[in-house]
Write a protein that binds this ligand. Structure first.
Ligand code: ZN
Length: 380
């Protein structure tokens, strides 16, 4: 039996906000944390040294993408994804469940797994709980995820029940396979189970009960931010964290905006990941301490003496103006996307550092409620 990697350091007296520590062979992750997404073992547009400078403690990669390209055997030969990618810090891989589920017309869900066609070349593949665990053993991330079936939104109770049955069966099979097949690269890999059940509380409760019996190293909430209103997402997360064991990490997958993160921390969530800061940066949207800045706008063309976020200490805001960022975008220069991505990721990570500090000081709730409306504002 490997040791539980998570240590709960503090729970707020005024909300469910928590401070914790997740210890992996590649480093310690202080929670609450945001994990930048590096789909193909690279966070698009930035270098590992940029990620180090912004103190990213853990990044995520996608099993589905790495399985198709370059192939998980290549990563195994390199000694794991931390070495292969040059990040050399804690990493997490998802199981590919969400990606094959998103393929819609290209996949067929069966009792023992999912048959799908590659989005790259149309070739046929099959993911089963065992094959996905094998792929994650080869990739060698510090945290690996259950193979699940994402319940669509909206879904009836019957549909969600049917979908959850797949996740439960596959989780059990995955854990059995992992018991027989130890890690390949000489360090532990922690397994997180995924709670599904759609927006149906009775199913979420049942999913948690089943998962607790299996006792994974951590718990993820899947099937959130799939089209439901934010209030519903918060309510389901709140409901679930009441039922989850206190001594294990809780991870909400694929969420969200800076204000979503603060709302989820208030509800006892420790970890989040999302493509939003990097993807939106490339599309011209920055999250800042003053609200949302759409840096492509013509009104910034002559603002040469103001940082994108005057209160931010990232490389971009220390060295460049709004006008320069806009100019790079207008000129189609690669650097524009890189600088925007550096800012957004730094901003998310800095927000998490401040959240931790405020929880430690016992003033997180007041601070978060003051921040949430500011973060959502559109900067004129
Ligand atoms: Zn910045």
């Amino acid at each position: 039996m490997q040791k539980n990697p998570f240590e709960l350091l503090k729970t707020s007296e005024k909300s469910k906000a928590r401070l914790g520590k997740l210890t992996t062979a590649h480093g310690v992750v202080n929670t609450p944390i945001f994990m930048p997404v590096g789909t193909a073992a690279t966070v698009k547009g930035v270098m590992p040294r940029d990620l180090k400078e912004m103190q990213a403690e853990i990044i995520l990669a996608n099993t589905y993408h790495l399985y198709l390209r370059p192939g998980t055997d290549v990563i195994a030969t390199a000694g794991g994804v931390q070495k292969f990618s040059g990040f050399n810090g804690p990493m997490l891989t998802d199981s590919g469940g969400f990606q094959v589920w998103s393929l819609k017309d290209l996949r067929k869900i069966k009792k023992d797994g999912v048959e799908f066609r590659s989005h790259l070349d149309g070739s046929k593949h099959f993911f089963s709980p065992a094959s996905v665990m094998k792929a994650q053993r080869e990739i060698g991330a510090d945290i690996i995820m259950a193979f699940d079936e994402c319940t669509p939104y909206p879904s009836t109770l019957e549909e969600a029940k049917h979908s959850l049955a797949y996740t439960e069966r596959w989780t059990r099979e995955a854990m059995e396979w992992l018991k027989e097949n130890p890690p390949l690269h000489g360090y532990p890999q922690y397994f997180f189970g995924i709670v599904q059940g759609g927006m149906h509380k009775e199913l979420r409760a049942k999913a948690i009960e089943t998962l607790k019996e299996l006792s994974p190293d951590g718990y993820a909430l899947g099937g959130l931010s799939v089209g439901e209103p934010p209030e519903v997402m918060y309510e389901i997360a709140d409901f679930c964290t009441d039922l989850l064991p206190q001594d294990r990490a809780r991870y909400v997958m694929g969420v969200g905006t800076p204000w979503n993160l603060l709302e989820l921390i208030l509800r006892g969530v420790d970890m989040c990941d999302c493509v939003m800061p990097s993807r939106n940066a490339r599309n011209g949207m920055l999250f800042t301490s003053q609200g949302v800045l759409r840096y492509k706008a013509g009104r910034y063309a002559r603002i040469v003496d103001e940082a994108p976020d005057p209160e931010c200490s990232c490389y971009t805001c220390r060295n460049f103006s709004k006008a320069y960022l806009r100019h790079l975008f207008q000129a189609g220069e690669m650097l524009g996307m890189t600088l925007a991505t550096i800012h957004n990721l730094h901003f998310y990570l800095e927000l998490m550092r401040r959240a931790k500090q405020k929880i430690a000081e016992g003033v997180f709730e007041e601070w978060a409620l003051e921040q949430i409306p500011i973060l959502q504002r559109d900067i004129p």
